[in-house]
Design a protein around this ligand. Structure first.
Ligand code: DLZ
Length: 289
């Protein structure tokens, strides 16, 4: 809690922190005074010995320092107050502790520092994530011939995604099967071969045209999922289940993107995630090593 010396200073401070987008807390007002609370997601108290802190007493860590700086500058300009009356905003400066900082003095003598670490992971939970580079990876594509007018487009989409992400042509093994029903078995054989890092499965089941549609769909999705679980090789699911041919076409490159392309991207990402999890320790990854 900081006490404003005057009512005008209180208004200025409330206006400044409000402009910066701080979440307001529950304010109070009575005969003795009034408050303007602003909530911080996390607060730390740090004592420093041996060298004077190069920064003001109150330091606020932000993400997007440049945006915060622009808002602060704008606020100061709009307030129209002469610089000597306070409301000073410093330049952004690099610190000796791998951060950038600027100071704001919305009212004379009350200086706040705003800073952002140079390390983009600072203070954030770091997730293991796969990147979308397919260079050096090997892929299998299992594609059903049934409804080939659509599955061919899904295949083109998948190849496009793999090649544009850096996969080599000869690192892609394509397997054509009669229909979606046969996809799980072929995918499992491919996974067990040890020749691929990830598999893209492509097929189209049309409710109107497919006898026992639910039963086939359940079995195909279960089979692909089970092959993935049992073999540990990522299987991306690119089997469309649609009411009509038109809906399927929309998902194969017309109105709703190309699900083959999307499935291939998922395969690349999961192959990369697997590599990271298997080859590095989780603590290494979290530390960005
Ligand atoms: C038989 C059949 C039918 C009726 N419909 C489809 C379909 O919509 N999509 C598809 O991929 N395959 C279909 N099939 C073929 C089966 O998946 C399977 O290839 C055959 O029953 C032979 O085992």
């Amino acid at each position: 809690m900081r006490a404003a010396r005057t009512s005008a200073e209180f208004d200025t401070l409330a206006s400044f922190f409000g402009a910066l987008g701080f979440e307001p807390g529950k304010a109070w007002a009575d005969n003795e005074g009034r408050s303007a609370p602003f909530l911080a997601p996390l607060g730390n108290l740090e004592f420093v010995a041996g060298r004077l802190p190069a920064t003001p007493e109150i330091l606020i860590e932000v993400t997007g320092l440049d945006a915060v700086y622009a808002v602060a500058k704008n606020w100061a300009a709009e307030s129209g107050a002469p610089a000597e009356s306070g409301q000073k905003i410093s330049e952004i400066a690099q610190t000796h502790w791998n951060s950038r900082v600027f100071t704001a003095e919305p009212v004379p003598g009350m200086i706040f520092g705003f800073w952002e670490s140079d390390n983009p992971h600072h203070g954030k939970p770091v997730a293991i994530e796969g990147d979308l580079s397919a260079a050096g990876m090997r892929f299998g594509i299992v594609v059903a011939r049934w409804n080939a007018v659509i599955t061919d487009r899904l295949l083109q989409g998948a190849l496009d995604a793999l090649l544009r992400s850096g996969a080599k042509k000869d690192a892609i093994t394509m397997v054509r099967v009669p229909g979606s029903w046969e996809i799980p078995a072929a995918a499992r054989l491919l996974a067990n071969s040890g020749q691929v890092d990830a598999i893209v499965t492509l097929g189209v089941l049309l409710r109107g045209d497919t006898a026992h549609y639910e039963a086939i769909y359940t079995e195909v999705s279960r089979g692909i999922g089970q092959s993935q679980q049992d073999t540990g090789v990522p299987h991306a699911f690119g089997v469309l289940t649609c009411e009509t041919l038109e809906q399927a076409l929309d998902r194969a490159g017309l109105k709703m993107g190309n699900k083959g392309f999307e499935a291939a991207l998922a395969a690349i990402e999961m192959a990369a995630v697997k590599k990271k999890i298997v080859t590095a320790s989780v603590t290494d990854i979290a530390a960005g090593r």
